[in-house]
Write a protein that binds this ligand. Sequence first.
Ligand code: UN1
Length: 510
Amino acid sequence: LDLADPAVREPALAAVRAAAARDWSDAAQRRGPSREVRSPADRAALVGTVREAGPADLDAALAAAAAAWRGWDARGGAARAAVLERAADLIEAHRFEFLALLAREAGKTLPDGHAEVREAADFCRWYAARAREWFGPPRELAGPTGERNTWALAGRGVFACISPWNFPLAIFTGQVAAALAAGNAVAAKPAEQTPLVAALAVRLLHEAGVPREVLHLLPGDGPSVGAPLVADPRVAGVAFTGGTETAQAIARSLAARPGPLVPLIAETGGINAMVVDSSALPEQAVQDALTSAFGSAGQRCSALRVLCVQEEIADRVLGMLAGAAAELRVGDPLDPATDVGPVIDEEAREGLEAWCRGLATAPLFEVPVPPDVARRGTFFAPRAYALPSVRALTREVFGPVLHVVRWRGGALDALLDDIAASGFALTLGVHSRIESVQRRVAERLRVGNTYVNRNQIGAVVGVQPFGGHGLSGTGPKAGGPVTLIRFATELTVSVNTAATGGNASLLALD
Ligand code: UN1
C-alpha cells in the first residue's frame, strides 16, 4: 500500500474511511456479558459491541472441538494448507476493513495496520507450507531388516490460543493458523480490548473452509474465559502471547491440572536494549532507535526500551534523537500523517504516567500531544529519560518511553552484564561497525532476535523467526521452520514385518 502514490492512496483512504464509519458490532450470540468497545483514539466513539463467552459457551465450544479435531487432523497437512491459503487470500481481500478496524479498535496507524494484514496473511501461508512439508504420510525411517519404522506428526487435540491486544490480527491469526495447520481444533480467546478484529478474522477463517466446530471464538477477559479454558482437561495445549506473569500463572494452572501433561507455548515480554558504540553511524542509530522505541507507540514486545550509548558519542546521538523525535506527529491513527497513535486504554496510560513519575527526573525530551488529540483519547507523549544504569529499569515499560544509559569506553562487558541481569532475552540492537564488537555483544546476550545496524522490530515471517527465552518465553519462535512441532504430537510406529508376513499395511498407516 504505497500511500505516497495518490492513485493508490486516495481510493484506499476512501475505502478505509467508509469502513471506519461502520458499526463493527459482532452479531454472534453468546451467553456472557455484553462489552462495548471504545476507540483508544476517541473514547466517545463506540466501535461496536460484543457479547462475551459465558461458562455455557466455553463448555459447548470445548465439547464440539473435542469431537471435531480428529476429523480435521485426518484431512492431512495438504488439505489443511489449502484452507489456510484461502484464508490468507481473504484476509488480504478485506485489508481496508482491517485497516479501519485496527485503527479504531486498537489505535493502530495505517502503516502499522498494513504490516499486520501482511503478517497475518504471511503466517497463514507459511504454516500452510510447513503443514504440507511435515504433515503428510508417515515417513519411513531406515532400520534393521524385519522391521518397519515410521514417524509422523499429528494434531494434539484442542488448542487454547490466548492472544494480546497489540497485534490483534497478526498474533491472533498466527497462533490460530499454527494450531490448525498442525491438525488441532482451536478455542481462541482474543484480548478483551480487541475482540472485533478477532471476530472478523474468525469469520474469514470459517469462510475459507475451517469448520465451525473446529474453530471457536471465545471473547472475554482472563478470569472469566482465559483461566477456565486453561484449567479445562479437554484443552491439550496452550499458546499464549502476553505478559510474563500471566504466562507463569498459566504454567502453574496447567501443572496443577489433573490429567494429561500439556505444552505451553509462551511468547512474553522483554527489556530490550540497543548498544551503540563510537564506531556506529549516528544517523542510522538515531533512525533505528526512533523507529524501535516509538513505532506502534512502543506497544510491541520487541520494542526498544533502553538505548545504551557510548559516552564519547552520546551528546551527538542524543541531540540528533531529540531533534528527530520533535518532528513526530502524535494523532489520530486514521490520519496518514500520524506517526504515533494512542496507547491502548486508560489503565495503560496511567501505568506509564506512574512509571515516569517514579523516575523523579525531567525527561531528556518529550514529544507534545496536540491538546485536541489528547482530550479525545488515551494518548501518551513519547519521551526519553536518562538512567544511571540499565539495572534501574526494573520492569518492561510497555509504551513510548525510551530509557537512555551512557557507558564509557572500556566498560562494555559491565554494561552487557547489566543488560543480561534482567533475565529477559527477546530483542537486541547492536550499532557498531566493528565486527568483533557486534559478535561480543550478540554472544554475551544471546537473545532470541539480534539486529545489527538496523531497527529491532517487525520480524518477517519465515525470514526472521521471532521469539525469546528466559523471562521472554518458551519457544518455539513464531514463523520459524519448526514452529509447528510444539503444536503437534509425534507418533512412532515400529512393526515386526517378519511376524506379519511382511505385510505391514495391515495397520493401514499410510
Ligand atoms: C509482540 O509485540 O507481542 O518483531 C510481538 C516484531 C513483532 C513483535 C510481536 N513480531 O516487532
